[in-house]
Design a protein around this ligand. Structure first.
Ligand code: NAD
Length: 505
């Protein structure tokens, strides 16, 4: 364990019972293994706790299973009211959430205050409304002799696993549609960033959401995570994280025939056609590649720029990147904080070091000499399309930029990675942009912007970026099951269709 600097985590006294939230109470983990939560800007340990083991996962699943019948039977209006109260509690505690999120992730406080926390409050309010609008096919007499209708039902206990990059928003994206639809949930946050998921679950209780509806197990992926995915009482697994771990999760879930929902990695292209507003594209590229220090699954990572604009785009991005203020996440003026850890920073730096042999590092490419896991905004030009800097998810503040000639080539290069989470097209020509939106294989394509998300619209991948949708009414399709109910309307014992079984008596 390192130096404990718990004074910087004012919400800590809420976790006196431990860092597992089971059945509406904080309790300690029982794995016997300790975990530090480290402020990546300083290297200080800000909280230390005992990880969840399999018995803690079992207890959380049991609590969720007990809570399910009553929660599923609550009326949509009751669940909606509870979610409205939840949104209000979150809004009241917004600053506490922002502080905790910035502390455990190193996120600039302005990003936590203006994006992560308000986004979560808005998502909660959205699902409060959506809870009363579960859509289904209309009822009707499709056979002539029966009335058919569709029930959209909760499925039971959901087991969810979230990553460290947006811990609060990822918890919200998993928990809210699941509980709005009447399910109960056990969420495993990334073990290095459990703080805001725990606060989120406790806020749900404070809002009057019944004990056991939202449970958190703060445990490691290999044991608590795999145990949760394989648990026989968990009927669905919803996972956000890397493609490699997503494949493992799918494998385990298959063995128990679970529904899976996988939100995986990304390598978003940013395609600039030669009629684009260059200034807008330059601003967009810097913002979209550096948000959250580039640790964003939809971040712009590969800019393809049509030849006539290429040199000016490279120069413009490099100049603007050099103005980005990298430093203390708690300084409201800071634009970019550290990466999540020194290990991850070194991994990111490794990609850039290897790229020096085949590409041009236009700006950045170094780590400031201080205690934190910082890395400077980095622009890598002229890397070959099949080099790792263009193909692999780096998950850091590194933008690769490549030229293209024809529109066909730009779109082909944009599609030429295994991923398909998000993309953007930059053009003033509605037909060119329209073609890009149709032909780029990604779950979201922006036109003349890159990053904004909204509660009403779905988020989710194509290809190796996974399947299933977060946010929006579409997520109810993930967290509900559809039942066909069919009533006989004839009241006749010998029905017409019986002739196919009994002959024509
Ligand atoms: P990760 O895959 O290493 O870990 C994600 C979660 O899985 C963590 O909670 C971890 O403890 C758990 N885990 C690890 N091994 C496991 C196992 N064997 N069984 C069960 N659970 C296990 O990802 P990360 O490094 O935390 O996050 C970064 C990744 O998440 C990136 O690839 C990023 O693109 C992706 N991401 C995707 C989206 C999206 O919406 N598509 C959103 C955010 C992040």
């Amino acid at each position: 364990m390192g130096n404990s600097n718990s004074s910087r985590f004012p919400a800590q006294d809420r976790f006196e019972g431990g860092a597992q939230y089971i059945g509406g109470r904080f309790v300690p983990g029982t794995s016997g293994r300790k975990q530090d939560v480290v402020d990546p800007a300083t290297g200080d340990v800000v909280y230390a706790y005992e990880l969840a083991g399999a018995p803690d996962v079992d207890a959380a699943v049991a609590a969720a299973k007990d809570a399910f019948p009553a929660w599923a039977a609550a009326t949509p209006a009751e669940r909606s009211d509870a979610l409205h109260r939840f949104a209000a509690v979150l809004a009241d505690r917004a600053e506490e959430f922002a502080q905790a999120e910035s502390l455990q992730c190193g996120k600039p406080i302005k990003l936590s205050r203006e994006f992560d926390v308000p986004g979560t409050v808005d998502n909660t309010a959205f699902f409060a409304g959506a809870a009363r609008h579960l859509q289904g096919q209309s009822a009707g007499e499709y056979s002539g002799d029966h009335t058919s209708y569709v029930r959209r039902e909760a499925i039971g206990v959901v087991g969810s696993i979230a990553p460290w990059n947006y811990p609060l928003q990822m918890a919200a994206w998993k928990v809210l549609p699941a509980i709005a639809a009447g399910n109960t949930i056990v969420l495993k946050p990334a073990e290095i960033t459990p703080l805001t998921s725990l606060l989120f679950a406790e806020a749900a209780t404070a809002a009057g959401i019944p004990d056991g509806v939202v449970n958190i197990v703060s445990g490691a992926g290999r044991d608590a995570g795999e145990h949760l995915v394989g648990h026989p009482d968990v009927v669905m697994t919803s996972f956000t994280g890397s493609t490699a771990v997503g494949k493992r999760v799918a494998e385990i879930a298959t063995a128990t025939v679970k529904r899976t929902h996988l939100e995986l990695g990304g390598k978003a292209p940013f395609v600039v056609f030669d009629d684009a507003d260059l200034e807008a594209a330059v601003h967009g590229a810097v913002a979209a590649s550096l948000i959250n220090s580039g640790q964003d699954c939809t971040a712009a990572t590969r800019a393809y720029v049509q030849r006539p604009l290429y040199d000016a785009f490279v120069a413009g991005v490099a100049d603007l990147m050099a103005t980005v203020r990298v430093g203390d996440p708690f300084d409201p003026a800071t634009d970019m904080g550290p990466l999540i850890s020194h290990v991850h920073r070194d991994r990111v730096a490794g990609f850039v070091e290897r790229a020096r042999s085949y590409a041009r590092i236009v700006t950045g490419g170094e780590a400031p000499k201080n205690q934190g896991a910082f890395y400077l905004p980095t622009l890598v030009a002229d890397a070959p399309q099949h080099s790792e800097v263009v193909q692999s998810e780096i998950f850091g503040p590194v933008l690769a930029v490549l030229p293209f000639d024809s529109d066909d080539e730009g779109i082909r290069l944009a599609n030429d990675t295994p991923y398909g989470l998000a993309a953007s097209a930059w053009s003033r020509d509605v037909y060119r942009a329209g073609r890009a939106t149709r032909e780029i294989k990604a779950g979201c394509v922006w036109v003349n912007d890159h990053i904004p998300i909204i509660s009403e619209m779905p988020h989710g991948g194509y290809k190796a970026s996974g399947y299933g949708k977060d946010m929006s009414a579409y997520s109810f399709e993930e967290y509900t099951q559809v039942k066909h109910v069919m009533y006989d309307n004839t009241a006749v014992a010998a029905k017409d269709w019986h002739r196919t079984i009994f002959g024509d008596r």
